[in-house]
Design a protein around this ligand. Structure first.
Ligand code: AMP
Length: 178
């Protein structure tokens, strides 16, 4: 059960590529085999939180929906709070919203207006960086509430889509890069 020698390659080998899901042309990165394996999931969260000491971060912010899985585990590991950025219409209280462009149409993400105190030190986390639109919108929400983003952390990055370019103002780190 030891995860001490886990490498990003061990994680990469467990990511399942599903062609043409949810639509033709998309190579969907299925992370459920990683989550279901104790050694891989624990090792993944350890790598995601590497470089941060417990107590040094106020909150880990996770993006709806797979980002919640990693961000909540990372928050527990770092003894930090967990804050969700959700798709529009899901959060019950007062929210800030941020829209971003998709290939066809727009998406909107939201955060509770009181979720993060101004000056809070946060990590923003999601399962996968593709075009970067989602993470950039989430980062804009965090700026709106006055948070300091220490790092934007992804399990997987599809580097050929160039999403990093949309996140120029923060350190961006990914465990598995395609
Ligand atoms: P983007 O805004 O283009 O960077 O898209 C990132 C979001 O879409 C993340 O929350 C991912 O969960 C999801 N996503 C995008 N492309 C994929 C993919 N090929 N496989 C799995 N999830 C993806």
């Amino acid at each position: 059960m030891s995860h001490l020698h886990l490498t990003p390659d061990d994680l990469a080998n467990a990511i399942r590529n599903v062609p043409d899901f949810p639509q033709p042309g998309v190579q969907f990165k299925d992370i459920t085999p990683v989550l279901a394996d104790a050694r891989l999931f624990i090792g993944c969260v350890d790598l995601l939180t590497a470089g941060f000491a417990p107590g040094s971060v106020d909150a880990v912010v996770g993006i709806d929906a797979r980002g919640f899985i990693f961000a909540a585990a990372a928050a527990y590991t770092l003894r930090a709070g967990f804050v969700p950025v959700r798709k529009k219409g899901k959060l019950p209280y007062l929210t800030h919203e941020q829209s971003y462009e998709l290939e066809y149409g727009t998406n909107t993400v939201a955060i509770h207006a009181d979720a993060v105190r101004p000056g809070s030190r946060v990590i923003l986390m999601d399962d996968l960086l593709a075009t970067g639109g989602t993470a950039a919108a989430a980062a804009a929400l965090l700026q709106k509430v006055g948070a300091e983003i220490l790092e934007i952390t992804f399990f997987i990055e599809l580097s050929f889509l160039g999403g990093r370019a949309k996140l120029p103002d923060w350190p961006v780190r990914s465990l598995v890069v395609y």
